[in-house]
Write a protein that binds this ligand. Structure first.
Ligand SMILES: Nc1ncnc2c1ncn2[C@@H]1O[C@H](COP(=O)(O)OP(=O)(O)O)[C@@H](O)[C@H]1O
Ligand SMILES: N[C@@H](CCC(=O)OP(=O)(O)O)C(=O)O
Length: 381
């Protein structure tokens, strides 16, 4: 990890498809109301990037902060319906601001409000992907936010840094740019530690980054730096680099695209998960779990093995054939995920059974494996 300035090109220079996430404090001028000048600057830059052949998806926060401003609420409410009401009011403001800014530059933008449930279901996921790719193909700028007004705990992503990473993986973007109110990731929260140093360049999966990142420094932002670091790690799994930089830096997107190193760049490694395995890893909430014995856990960790019913000691929760379920080791830690060939009720009947007995226990056999290796991804090797 380096904290000194690099002379190399920014990881954004070579990126053709970018997801740009803008935080609430930037969008709403620290809660004072939509910062139309900032929106205009981003629209200018995105229009110029289009001219360079780049595709941009915007993930914009700010609905709740703007809704609170419009409703005259000085303090962030605790009650969920109040927050959802504020989001509904504020989202109108965001849509209006982006529409006005892009149409003034001869560009179309499109509003997309997503929940985790839209991405967890394979058909809806592929549908969201096709819609986004179609919009990009038509030169439209998708503007995404979480559908805060309808989300419940079970279906929410929770913060837009994570949503930005999920969208990055969904459209296989080359890079995720997270614009925030700080110049980047520091070795500690700079609001609390004046000696904190800017991290200029690091591997996204470097475990020491998580310890540096704190929560939101203001009541306006949601996730703080931790969700940004975790988003970078998530985006890196599909091969995308992340830059965390100040959205108040002049021409930040254009300068990054020109190769200037600004803020913190968190690099993806060489490895890249296949798209379907990435989709499984990006499930934030998993209904079903199976616990396996030590032998099965070891075979899975070595890689290339399927999970057979004989290795399963316990089945937790309800799931259907084709659902994504988690595989836990004897200590209860998740080691893998995969698409199950059997529903929970069937898995309970055949757990511990050798393959040769599946048909006699159930009266049929879908497949000899509970999870075939092609449908299995290690989440903790
Ligand atoms: N290590 C860190 N480096 C930089 N900022 C940090 C760090 N840890 C915590 N923060 C806080 O994270 C805040 C940015 O997160 P947040 O308020 O959620 O912004 P946004 O609305 O842009 O998502 C900063 O204002 C800062 O106080
Ligand atoms: N979806 C919410 C934003 C949630 C969020 O993650 O906020 P932020 O930390 O400012 O990016 C809204 O529009 O208010």
């Amino acid at each position: 990890m380096k904290t000194e300035q690099l002379d190399k090109l920014s990881v954004i220079a070579a990126a053709r498809r970018l997801v740009v996430k803008v935080g609430s404090s930037l969008v709403t001028d620290d809660g004072r109301g939509i910062d139309h000048a900032a929106v205009a600057r981003w629209a200018d830059q995105i229009t110029a990037l289009h001219g360079l052949g780049k595709e941009i998806i915007l993930v914009s926060s700010g609905a709740i902060a703007e809704g609170m401003k419009r409703l005259g609420w000085a303090k962030r409410p605790r009650e969920i319906p109040e927050l959802q009401a504020a989001a509904a009011v504020g989202q109108m403001g965001l849509a209006q601001a982006y529409e006005a800014a892009f149409s003034a530059r001869g560009r179309h933008c499109a509003q997309i409000l997503l929940t985790h449930a839209d991405l967890a279901n394979r058909r809806r996921y592929l549908n969201a992907r096709s819609t986004l790719l179609t919009l990009l193909a038509h030169g439209v700028v998708p503007v995404i936010n979480e559908n805060d007004t309808v989300v419940t705990d079970e279906i929410k992503v929770g913060d837009n840094d994570t949503l930005g990473a999920l969208v990055t993986n969904l459209v296989e973007a080359d890079a995720l740019v997270i614009l925030t109110d700080q110049p980047g990731l520091y070795s500690a929260d700079p609001r609390k530690d004046p000696a904190a140093e800017l991290i200029v360049d690091a591997q996204a999966d470097d475990p020491s980054l998580v310890a540096m990142a704190g929560g939101a420094g203001s009541s306006i932002g949601k996730g703080g730096m931790l969700t940004k670091v975790l988003a970078a790690r998530r985006a890196a799994q599909s091969g995308a680099h992340t830059v965390i930089a100040s959205g108040r830096e002049a021409d930040v997107l254009l300068r990054l695209a020109a190769g200037e190193v600004i803020g913190s760049q968190l690099r993806a490694g060489a490895g890249k998960l296949a798209a379907r395995k990435q989709w499984m890893v990006d499930h934030l909430q998993i209904g079903g779990r199976v616990q396996v014995d030590a032998g099965a856990a070891q075979r899975l960790r070595e890689g290339g093995a399927s999970l057979l019913p004989v290795g399963v000691v316990d089945v937790v929760g309800e799931f259907e054939r084709g659902d994504v379920i988690a595989v836990l080791d004897a200590q209860g830690r998740e080691i893998a995920r995969g698409l199950t060939n059997y529903a929970a009720a069937e898995a309970r009947l055949i757990r511990r059974a050798p393959t040769t007995q599946i048909a006699s226990i159930l009266g049929f056999m879908e497949e000899p494996e509970l999870i075939h290796r092609d449908n299995l991804v290690l989440t903790q090797p």
